[in-house]
Design a protein around this ligand. Structure first.
Ligand code: SF4
Length: 437
């Protein structure tokens, strides 16, 4: 294979979820050398090589990935870029089809090809840098992936097909990565995986999340640890007292439940019942006071009747999640759902059900935010936009949750620093506040 001359500038475009952000950060750390300048997608600077880290989870994500590829194919045709490489989940799933349909792309790689990607760019793979990252996120927060893949069998999901079996990273490796991040100024770490609840089952034959959190909570200067992508079935409840006791474990949990109707949970093959989910939510809230619960729900799953959707509406009204994401069912090839169910809910009905739930959540979020007016919270400043500094409380994860907006003319705040902020106003998805010390 003719090796490519060393590129001058490489641009990495990351689509999809924070797990892709970590993969891009690991790749960028490997390819960064003195003669290579790295830029991330936000920069409009021309680059001679572009790497697109794609998402292939559901229809919308696939469309966004393909549109992005086609955009850079045009850049290549116009001579503005010389080399176009596509990696990540979409490429893992559809490598052969993509090669046929979009031959202008120089190379397609999947999700387990870090070494090959690095070599294809004419750079050496450095074993000693495995696990290290070239930060894409702001310096004060980072995502820490503690496992790869998933052993669950959810009927609608392509992740196990793309990312493979569940593989936990050893505790000592995860802790070392976290320490390296904190030594470089990171104060907040989002713990991510496909399925956080199963952490350790493969490697230690038992759930190990509690032990991992104990070690992470002892890292000096690590101010906030936040948990994402927990799975309700066989949820490791032994972490809850630790979340209550440890000041630097945020009272925050992202736990996608997807649905609440018994029949739909069974058809989704979620492995947990309505009763179990409701009991778990009560146990979590009883054990960790004031915990912010984020969840994801899916509407329009094959067979979802009006009555079953109304069960979901009642569930959202009753439980009042602090944060909620709603997705419409996407009929994905090679999934159990694709081979066993018809995609029988019309798109407009799926969209109407999603909009209805988000409308209800908007009011719930407004009420919850109004209850915060007059109270003060520890806030981390992420930056500023227009007249406001933007920050977050311990109840808000970056990019997906509420922001705290503080007038810039009223005080001087530094990005990445914590401040005490009194909430003075609210709307559905943001809070307004003023510094109180
Ligand atoms: S837990 Fe279910 S939805 Fe989540 S990645 Fe695994 S199979 Fe997919």
């Amino acid at each position: 294979m003719k090796s490519n001359p060393k590129p001058r500038k490489i641009k990495v475009v990351t689509l999809g979820c924070p797990k892709n952000v970590v993969d891009s950060e690991n790749l960028m750390k490997q390819i960064k050398t003195r003669s290579i300048e790295l830029i991330h997608e936000t920069s409009t600077d021309p680059a001679d090589t572009v790497i697109i880290n794609t998402c292939g989870f559901i229809r919308e994500a696939k469309e966004e990935s393909i549109d992005t590829i086609l955009k850079y194919v045009e850049e290549k045709k116009s001579g503005r870029i010389r080399n176009l490489t596509v990696i990540g989940c979409l490429s893992e799933r559809y490598k052969d089809d993509l090669r046929t349909e979009i031959p202008e792309v120089d190379r397609y790689f999947g999700v387990h090809n870090l070494r090959e990607i690095v070599r294809s760019l004419g750079t050496d793979f450095k074993k000693e840098l495995v696990g290290e990252r070239h930060p894409i996120t702001p310096d004060h927060y980072a995502y820490l992936k503690i496992s790869e893949g998933c052993d669950r069998t959810c009927a609608f999901c392509t992740i196990p097909l793309i990312r493979g079996k569940h593989v936990s990273k050893p505790v000592e490796i995860v802790v070392r990565e976290a320490e390296t991040m904190v030594n470089k100024g990171v104060k907040e770490i989002m713990i991510i995986a496909q399925d956080l609840s199963s952490y350790g089952l493969d490697l230690y034959k038992k759930q190990k999340l509690k032990d991992l959190l104990m070690e992470l909570a002892n890292i000096r200067n690590l101010e906030w640890i936040r948990l994402h992508y927990a799975y309700p079935a066989r949820f490791p409840q032994d972490i809850l007292p630790l979340m209550r006791e440890k000041k630097n474990i945020c009272p925050y949990l992202d736990i996608p439940v997807q649905h609440i109707s018994e029949n739909i949970l069974r058809r989704m093959r979620r492995g947990s019942s309505q009763k179990e989910i409701l009991e778990l939510i009560t146990i979590i809230r009883d054990t960790v006071p004031n915990i912010a619960l984020r969840t994801s729900l899916m509407v329009g799953h094959p067979g979802e009747t009006e009555k079953e959707f109304e069960e979901l509406v009642n569930f959202v009204n009753k439980v009042k999640f602090d944060r909620l994401g709603v997705f419409t069912y996407s009929h994905e090839e090679d999934t159990y759902g694709y081979s066993h169910y018809r995609d029988d809910i019309p798109e407009e009905v799926k969209t109407a059900r999603k909009d209805r739930l988000m409308e209800i959540q908007q009011q719930i979020s407004m009420d919850l935010n109004n209850n915060k007016i007059g109270k003060s919270f520890k806030v981390i400043v992420d930056g500023w936009e227009g007249d406001y500094y933007t920050g977050r409380t311990a109840f808000d994860s970056p990019e997906i949750d509420n922001e705290v907006l503080i007038k810039r003319e009223s005080t001087e705040l530094r990005t990445g620093e914590f401040y005490r902020v009194k909430i003075t106003g609210a709307d559905a998805f943001d809070l307004y506040g003023e510094r109180c010390e």
